[in-house]
Each structure stands twice: as C-alpha cells, then as structure tokens.
Design a protein around this ligand. Structure first.
Ligand code: NAP
Length: 687
C-alpha cells in the first residue's frame, strides 16, 4: 500500500504533494496496531471533482439507458468477484473476520447483482421512468397528465461510515448509477483503504463510464460550500455528525442520513425457554452482538424480554458466547470475533459502556477489562489490537433514558424487561426511531398487536419464529429490495429499497400535454394518440420494424347463446350469470345471461392474432385486465390492438412488446381493456 492513500478524481489517481502528506492521519491495523496507510486530501481539487461529475459523468451516463447501466452493474459485480480475495485480505486488517468480510464484500457485490436484475426487470430500456396512471384532464381526452422521473442534474455525494467500506458505498452507488447520476464517494478514514481497493478494481476493469465514480480519500472540508441544486448527499454515520452536516446543506440539495439506531429485539411471552422461538432469539442476539464485533448500525442494542424469561435469556446468551466466540486477529485460525476498528473506537465504546453503567446497567456478561485475544501466530494474550469482550448489561429500570439513547458501537447490548405487549411496544418506541426491530414469537395475535405499536418507529420489522428461523436473512441484514433506513434518530433515509432508491436520485415531474405529445415524451403510447395501420400486421414486424402506435383493428364477431353454452361446458365454468337467465337478471350487474369475460379475451386473441410463425415468439401474460360492459347473446365484439411500449433486451435477441388491447361492442361501448405482453425478436424480415 502506498504511503498516502490515493483519491480517484477527474479520471486519474491523485495523492497530495509529499509535504502535505506529512500531516496525514495514520491508519493502523485493527489487530496489531501496525501502520497500514496515511490519509490526507490536502490540496485536492474538490470543486473540480464535483464539476467533473456534473459534466463528464453526466454526459457518459446520459448516453446509456437504464438497461445498459444495469448490464454494467452486473459486469462491475463480476469484476469485483474475480478479485475479491484481494479485498478479503485487506478487509482482515480492519478487524473483520471472514464472515464479517462476507457481509461487507459479498454483500456489496450482491447489491450490484440485485440492482442489475431489478433495473432490467422493473425499469424501461430508456431514460425516463413513467410513474402511476394517466390522469385525464379534459373531457374529450385531448389533454392528459402523467408523472415522469428524470435523473437529477448533479452529483451524488456519499459520506460513509467506517464499518462497511464496500457494502456501504455500493448500496448507494448501485441505485445512483442506475438512475444515471455520477457518484463521489468519501469513505470514513479508518477503513478508507478498503474502499480505495474496490474502486481501484473497478477503475482497472475499464468498465466505468468516465466520471461515473470518484473517490476522495480524506476529509472534504469545503464540500458543503460547493454543493448546489440537483446534488444529493447520502450520509451514513453517527446521528451527531449527521445533524451538523444537515444544517450546512444548501437549500435544494437533498440530504438523507442513515445514522445510528438503538435497535430492539423483543421476545414474545409465548417464546419461553425450550421453544424454537427462544432458541432463535438467543442465537440471533449473540450473532448481532458479535458479527463485525457489534459495529453494525442494525445490531441489537436492546433485548426486550418478559420478566419471567430474563434469567433464562442471560444464561443462554452466556452459554452461547462461551461456546461460540473466539476473540482474536481475524487472520488466526478459529477466530470468530475480531477487534474494533481502532483503539480510539474501543475507548469510545468503553466510554459509552460506562455511561450505561452510570444509568443503572449492570454488566451480567463480559467485562470492560482488556480481554485475552488470539494473535495471528495463534498465541493467546493481550495484543496491541482494539479488542473488547462481548458485554450484556441488565437494567432493572427499563425506563432509564440512557438505555434508549446511548449507542455503544461494539459488541454491547442491554437487557430490559416488560410485562404487557403495550409496554413492550412503548419501550421499542423509546429508541426515537430505529432501523430495525425483531420480534421472536409464534403468537400471531401478539405479533399483530406489537406491529401496530412499533411499525411506525422502525424502517424494518422482522418476525422470527419456528417457520422462518432457518431461512431468515437475519435482524442485522438490510436487503436490496427492502427499505433500509428508519425514521427519527435513524436518520429518515431510504438508501436501499429496490427501485424506490433509484427514484430517490431522480426528480418526479408532472407533465401535461396531448396524447401524441405524452407518447413522444415518454416512449409509451397513450390512448388518443395517433395509431397507424400501414397494411402490415404488427405481428409480422420485428422490434427493429415495429413502432409505437402500430395498430391492428380487428373484424367483429357475434356472440350467440350457443357459444356461451359451449364455452361453459368446455371449460366447466357454468357460473349462473352465463347459464341461468332468471338468476343472472336478478344480479345487479347483468341484464340476463352474459358471455364469459374469458371467452371474450380468448376471442379477441383469435381476432387480432396473425397465426404464421414470425417475429412474435410468445405471449407471456396480460396485465390490468378489466371487464367493463357485459356482453349479451346477439351482441358483437371487435378489438383494437396497439403497440404501446417496446423494450428491447440488452443481452438477448428479443425484447418485450406491451400492447394496448381494447374490446368494444357494436355500440362502441368499451367491453374490456388490458395490456397484452409478448416477446418479439429484434430482427426478422417482414413476411
Ligand atoms: P461518523 O464519525 O459520524 O463519520 C461518518 C462519516 O462522516 C465519515 O466518513 C467521516 O469522515 C465523515 N465526516 C465526519 N465529519 C465530517 C464533516 N465535517 N464533513 C464531511 N464528512 C464528515 O461515523 P463513523 O464513526 O464512521 O461510523 C459509526 C457510526 O455510523 C455509528 O454511530 C453507526 O450507528 C453509524 N452507522 C449507521 C449506518 C446506517 O445505515 N444507519 C450504517 C453504518 C454506521 P472521517 O472518517 O474522515 O472523519
């Protein structure tokens, strides 16, 4: 590793002049105290880096569609996977065990894969995301409204916490990149060298569009003076730092924070010693206390248990820690819990433990004394590392403020007791807004009561029982498809959460105009816009030939009573509305016997289909099907099928076509509306 950790800005690696480097912060190996690197951004042109993102980064990402960006995310994931051993080796220096590194490194790579898949499945292959239904704004349908999302014009600045230097950056980078926003990462100093390593792999992969990812190793003192409308800050770290930075954020700049959180885990009254829920609760509590040595924003800080189960929980947690936890240098064989990231962090955690003790917490497991730890050479004894033992404190007074407010960011949790569900819910809420609470219970009524009381003060709630204990992804694991963030003290952010995290990097705008104008602006055909029949059946056209608005208007077909009966007996659907004149007429919706909706949809397919082999490969579903006007024997129907949205796939020789289908009767009343979904070849000469 170089003496001063480089930054990657304006398309090149940068380190300070040697003089400036002399004043750099020294970063040490968490287990041995050896110097790993020095960190300084003295002299870095931050304004230039931000402008590079807003210009070069924006242009290169703007040349790509959502799907093209999504494909790149997968390639980034593969590039990191190929070289992840290097990242694991570096990660061990931060105090992370293999299992901890897996959460950070494989977890981060997993986010890239997840957003790659989501981007291609849930976003169009274009640059505009259409949100919600059409809003009709005039009686004759010539003036419509629609909401669209387009990317923000600025740069997504991430300021990250030290505990997950890879995952923490990638959870924000993936949705920003997919949205088309360039990112500037500012990792936390104690583990910034691991962030530098993953950025280096991506740079060396030659896959990054210019300006799409920059890294500043070191402080960013002028950052908040340089930000402007259209930029966005995603902060992860302590609530106190967040509060200071939020107040310095210029207006118009989005600032979201993922901050510390006094998360809870509640044991249900039914989950007594010996039940699968009790065991799952204890296993999870010990995992959360010791994974990453408890340096997790989502770790359980408050174990809230029925008074009658408190002693049993303490005994079971102690037994499990004794059996499972081996403290030491993560490079030593058999170590299951590493040190904290630095001696400064250890001192800070011990200070918070003292604050908890001062507020009435009694240490019932572990001790604040320097513990024996296994060295890399397998010798036991204290070392120069930031080791700390897992500790459980017990509070007799569950109302003590400190237990709901003090975050000891290490392997430390507190045990409180409750007697009624509403008391348990009130204790959870005392956290002032949390990232996650888990509830171990097999009693659905208790679970429902608790959810009503705690959901609004949590970003995520996990219910743990015998049915999901084995498959549960765990209290502490944010999932890419689910919201990560929480209200109040947790910061109010939603960095992850599927496509909603992508949209967080975009602006929603209400667009008003004619159907033709909205079709042109969104790439989605709107009812009332021009439709064309050029004499070639649209099913004979490949994606290269098909255009939005290509239409087939079918002939009409009469419906007879005989047809209805044949269909009823053939399918077994002899529902009275189709078979019994008197009963059907008594129904408020039907004039008498009516045709099956599915008969009409089947006939519509027969009316619009072009049967010979051609570019249309398959019908893979219908969406938004509504039956509007009943069809009686003697009525006739016809169908208009119009190409509504064309989505070529980046990695296949075909793509999706969404067709607008409208069935009408002989009076031009709308009988049914729906979207037909087909897979169509990209290239094929028209027959
Ligand atoms: P921190 O001290 O608040 O620092 C967080 C980040 O802010 C670091 O990158 C730090 O950079 C930067 N920073 C500090 N002052 C700044 C300033 N004036 N301008 C710009 N950036 C500034 O937090 P930490 O010690 O790294 O992380 C531990 C905390 O993060 C815990 O409280 C934990 O609960 C929380 N956390 C929350 C989540 C979540 O998702 N909710 C996830 C992980 C961690 P330097 O390191 O260079 O000072």
């Amino acid at each position: 590793m170089t003496e001063v950790l480089p930054s990657y800005v304006q398309g090149a690696w940068w380190t300070p002049e040697s003089d400036a480097g002399a004043g750099a912060l020294i970063v040490r190996d968490a287990s041995t105290g050896e110097e790993v690197t020095r960190v300084s951004s003295d002299g870095l042109d931050l304004a230039g880096a931000l402008e590079y993102a807003r210009t070069v980064g924006h242009a290169s990402l703007g040349a790509l569609t959502f799907h093209q960006r999504a494909v790149l995310l997968k390639q980034f994931a593969l590039a990191l996977t190929q070289r992840k051993d290097e990242l694991y080796a570096i990660s061990a220096r931060t105090g992370a065990t293999k299992a901890d590194s897996w959460v950070d490194i494989d977890g981060g790579i997993g986010v890239l894969f997840a957003y790659s898949g989501k981007g291609r499945r849930e976003l169009p292959n274009s640059q505009v995301y259409v949100d919600g239904p059409v809003e009709p704004l005039s009686k004759d349908g010539s003036f419509l409204g629609r909401h669209v999302f387009t990317r923000l014009p600025g740069v997504a600045v991430q300021i990250n916490a030290f505990n997950f230097p890879v995952w923490g950056a990638l959870e924000k980078f993936a949705p920003a990149f997919l949205a088309g926003m360039p990112t500037l990462v500012k990792p936390a100093t104690p583990t910034g060298y691991l962030a530098e390593a993953f950025v280096r792999i991506l740079v060396e992969s030659d896959l990054l569009p210019d300006g799409s990812l920059q890294l500043v190793s070191g402080s960013v003192p002028t950052l908040f003076d340089e930000l402007r409308l259209g930029d966005i800050v995603g902060f992860t770290g302590s609530a106190s730092t967040a509060a200071g930075l939020r107040s310095r954020t210029p207006s118009g700049v989005r600032f979201t924070a993922e901050t510390d959180s006094i998360n809870a885990s509640v044991l249900g009254p039914d989950a007594t010693d010996g039940t699968p829920e009790f065991d799952a609760y204890v296993r999870q509590l010990v995992t959360e206390m010791t994974t990453k040595a408890g340096q997790k924003c989502t770790a359980i800080r408050r174990a809230i248990v029925p008074a009658a189960s408190a002693d049993a929980v303490v005994d079971a947690v102690r037994a499990r820690i004794d059996a499972k936890v081996v403290l030491g240098d993560p490079r030593a064989e058999g170590v299951t819990m590493g040190p904290l990231v630095s001696l400064a962090q250890r001192d800070e955690v011990l200070r918070q433990v003292r604050a908890l003790q001062d507020a009435g917490g009694r240490i019932v497991i572990g001790s604040p004394d320097v513990p024996a730890a296994r060295g890399a050479d397998d010798s036991m004894g204290s070392t120069d590392g930031a080791f700390i033992a897992p500790m459980l404190l017990r509070f007799d007074d569950a109302d003590a403020d400190a237990v709901h407010e003090v975050e000891a960011f290490g392997p430390v949790a507190s045990l409180l007791t409750y007697s009624t569900p509403s008391e348990a819910a009130a204790l959870v809420a005392r956290g002032g807004g949390s990232l996650v609470t888990s509830v171990a219970t097999h009693d659905r009524a208790f679970a429902a009561e608790l959810m009503g009381g705690i959901a609004a003060s949590n970003g995520r709630v996990l219910f743990l029982d015998r049915d999901d204990a084995r498959s549960s992804t765990g209290h502490g694991s944010p999932m890419p498809g689910l919201v990560h963030g929480g209200p109040g003290r947790a910061g109010g952010g939603e960095e992850l959460g599927g496509i909603r995290a992508v949209l967080h990097h975009m602006q929603r705008t209400a667009v008003q105009g004619s159907p033709d104008m909205l079709t042109a602006l969104t790439g989605v055909w709107h009812a009332g816009a021009t439709a064309r029949d050029d004499g070639i059946h649209p099913f004979r056209k490949s994606l290269a030939q098909l255009q939005i608005g290509d239409r087939i208007a079918s002939a009409s077909r009469e419906v007879t009573l005989d047809d209805i009966e044949t269909f009823a007996h053939f399918t077994g659907d002899t529902f009275y509305a189709h078979m019994d004149e008197q009963a059907a007429a008594a129904n408020p919706f039907f004039p008498g016997r009516v045709a099956h909706g599915y008969l009409l949809v089947s006939w519509a397919a027969g009316l619009f289909v072009d049967p010979e082999p051609g570019p249309v490969l398959a019908n893979y579903g219908l969406e938004n099907l509504r039956f509007i006007t009943p069809v009686s024997p003697g009525d006739s129907i016809r169908v208009d099928l119009t190409a509504k949205q064309i989505t070529p796939r980046e990695t296949d020789e075909y793509g999706e076509v969404r067709w607008d289908a409208v069935i009408r009767n002989q009076n031009d009343d709308t009988v049914a509306t729906y979207d037909v979904l087909t897979l169509v070849e990209k290239e094929r000469s028209a027959a």
